[in-house]
Design a protein around this ligand. Structure first.
Ligand code: PMT
Length: 222
């Protein structure tokens, strides 16, 4: 039929890297390009949803109509924006690569070169998905990602439970053609109700469509 899968549903997607400032010219970040998040945003919009993307600085912007973008830099900024909008959402997808740590102090001036090495004290960032997972209502769906380099399936399933996700998408980092930056990915999806599905290496647009299909199968009435 011509019915769209997510007609009128409200979707929030976090995407891209966070930047944690060290001083006015330096930061800690990671390799996320935002391509996976953009592909998801476009797929949801194609399926009739109203999409809000909370986007890390410099990440790829989704193009479709019905997509609103709010740009942020740090994990804390990302958290504050996600928190403000969370209660209105039917589905939240946490595709951002959030820095787990941030510099304890942000220097006001550019840090001068020292003669010896230097150490930057770090503090733990807030866990955006984990914190909002505790506020999730029975009619809301949370989808997480996992980026692991060892015991991948074990850690992914642990994150599924710990962060109260309904579905988690594990990236196959050991596979050429999967993960950060690339236009393709290979993933395994683990759902809360025990379903498991591994994809081929596919364009991120197709990976996004696969994720949407699995979300549709979840036993949650949104
Ligand atoms: O952007 P691309 O270049 O296209 O690459 C896509 C991607 C590999 C970045 C993406 O598919 C992905 O896996 N994103 C999550 C990466 C990550 O941070 O994984 P994690 O295992 O550290 O975190 C687990 C989950 O908790 C994720 O849903 C993450 O968004 C969330 N999280 C993590 C830490 C934190 N402080 N807050 C969070 O919300």
């Amino acid at each position: 039929s011509g019915t769209k899968l997510f007609q009128g549903k409200k979707i929030l997607i976090t995407s891209g890297p966070t930047q944690e400032a060290i001083d006015p010219v330096r930061f800690i970040s990671n390799h996320s390009s935002g391509k996976m998040g953009a592909a998801l945003a476009n797929s949801f919009a194609d399926q009739g949803a109203d999409v809000l993307v909370i986007l890390g600085h410099g990440a790829v912007k989704p193009q479709g109509s019905n997509i609103q973008i709010i740009e942020v830099k740090s994990a804390l900024e990302m958290y504050e924006v996600v928190k403000e909008h969370h209660h209105k959402m039917d589905i939240c997808v946490f595709a951002a690569a959030v820095a787990d740590y941030a510099p304890k102090n942000v220097a006001k001036e550019k840090i001068k070169k020292a003669e010896e090495g230097m150490t930057i004290a770090l503090v733990k960032n807030i866990d955006i998905a984990g914190t909002l997972g505790q506020e999730k209502k029975p009619h809301q769906i949370h989808v997480g990602f996992a980026l692991e380099t060892e015991n991948e399936a074990f850690h992914a399933k642990e994150k599924l439970m710990k962060k109260n996700f309904d579905l988690i998408v594990l990236n196959s980092m050991k596979e050429a053609g999967a993960g950060f930056q690339l236009d393709t990915n290979k993933v395994t999806l683990f759902s809360k109700n025990g379903n498991e599905l591994t994809s081929e290496i596919l364009p991120k647009a197709q990976i996004a469509q696969l994720i949407l299909q699995e979300i549709k199968k979840l036993p949650v009435e949104i």
